[in-house]
Design a protein around this ligand. Structure first.
Ligand code: SF4
Ligand code: SF4
Ligand code: SF4
Length: 375
């Protein structure tokens, strides 16, 4: 099996195909401190793309509540249990990836969720203390906390769905790294559903084909961000190109957050897919829980996030999140403002770091009107 270098694990690993890193790779950063689980992203995606037959359970974007929610149910807990305890040595992963732990005859370790697991997209919603059958709460030996985890396909650099497809119906676009399922070639064998550890290759029981998030590629091609990103109420998301660590562009939003400040982390990097959606971890959640989910960079990311008020570059970039539907190729922060530029270098957005505060007179003499409710 070819060896590929996975910088998220800081080591080489086995993958069924040689590395084919595209010239540009679609990526996104989500700030978990700001998601309010409004599901606007979910429905922006559904209204845009999943309107055909059998779409009731096609949640290419879903938002689940951790620690108890998951769509499909327990997608991560089941796989982590199958993988067994694994470890990190500082920043290097010493355990097995799902490719290295694959059973004979399969490309990756995985499982096929039951039909019932797919029919409760928001089970566990707002549950901070867990549920047991019958709706009874159980007693848990830790502080009560939860957070919302929005998820889309990660357009992985080493996609398990692609590796597992016996029809070679899944491909990764050279121009932007978007992973797509060719609906003409797919025969619904469900090997991608089994292999994708994030369960983001989904089986449509009516069309009997698998489908998935397409990263809104028609929008990317027009220099725009994706539907779930531009419609996000909490402004928690931003899309951008990500580069390999040796080619970083410090003015590119995703590179800056992932590689320079290291405030955004991959979800379950230990699975080994070198995924391309990154998360700023929630600062109120216990570190050990976050570490098993986002890897060894958690403490650093939390520290950077907590100190953002003293980091004008990062603060400016945070303010650009959700500020435009255009693709922000580069950003700069100067003179108290954050600027976003498109691929041609033209300014597309500017946001003040500090909102100006205008105090208007109680009585506007020119218009002879009162500015406040005086009744
Ligand atoms: S998240 Fe899953 S469906 Fe998406 S590219 Fe990775 S392996 Fe494939
Ligand atoms: S990127 Fe586009 S296709 Fe993918 S989940 Fe978001 S809205 Fe849906
Ligand atoms: S639209 Fe934004 S804030 Fe609302 S659930 Fe989706 S990611 Fe969270």
């Amino acid at each position: 099996m070819p060896k590929v270098f996975n910088w998220q694990l800081n080591r080489e690993m086995d993958y069924p195909y040689p590395a084919a890193i595209p010239k540009k790779q679609f990526a996104a950063v989500f700030d978990l401190n700001k998601c309010i689980a409004c599901q606007t992203c979910t429905f922006a995606c559904k209204n845009s793309w999943t309107v055909g037959r059998g779409q009731e359970f096609m949640f290419w974007n879903n938002v689940e509540t951790k620690p108890y929610g998951g769509y499909p149910i327990a997608w991560d807990a089941k796989l982590l249990e199958m993988l067994g305890p694994q470890g990190w040595d500082a920043g290097t992963y010493t355990g097995k990836t799902i490719f290295e732990a694959a059973p004979a005859g399969r490309a990756a370790l995985g499982f096929l969720p039951e039909e019932l697991d797919w029919i409760h997209p928001n089970i566990g919603e707002d549950e901070t203390s867990g549920i047991v059958p019958g709706g009874m709460h159980m007693t848990i030996p830790h502080d009560v906390w939860n957070f919302y985890l929005p998820r889309i396909c990660n357009h992985c650099s080493f996609p398990a769905c692609l590796a597992a497809c016996p029809r070679k119906a899944i491909y990764k676009r050279k121009e932007d790294g978007v992973v797509l399922i060719d609906q003409e070639r797919c025969r619904g064998y469900r090997e991608c559903n089994r292999a994708c550890p994030y369960k983001k290759a989904m089986y449509n029981g009516i069309t009997r084909l698998s489908e998935k998030c397409i990263a809104c590629f028609p929008m990317i091609e027009q220099g725009r961000q994706t539907q779930c990103i531009v419609n996000c109420i909490g402004k928690i998301r931003i899309a951008g190109w990500i580069r390999q660590p040796k080619d970083i562009d410090e003015e590119a939003p995703v590179d800056f957050m992932v590689h320079v400040r290291k405030v955004a982390l991959p979800l379950y990097p230990q699975f080994g897919l070198m995924m391309n959606v990154y998360y700023m971890p929630p600062i109120h959640v216990p570190v050990p829980y976050l570490q098993q989910m986002f890897g060894p960079g958690v403490e650093h990311a939390l520290e950077v996030y907590r100190n953002v008020k003293d980091d004008e570059q990062l603060l400016g970039l945070f303010l650009l999140m959700g500020s435009t539907d255009r693709w922000v190729d580069k950003f700069r922060v100067k003179d108290g403002k954050a600027f976003g530029y498109d691929a041609k270098g033209s300014e597309i957005v500017r946001v003040p770091i500090k909102e100006p505060n205008f105090v208007r007179p109680f009585h506007d003499v020119a218009r002879n009107t009162f500015r406040h409710n005086i009744t």
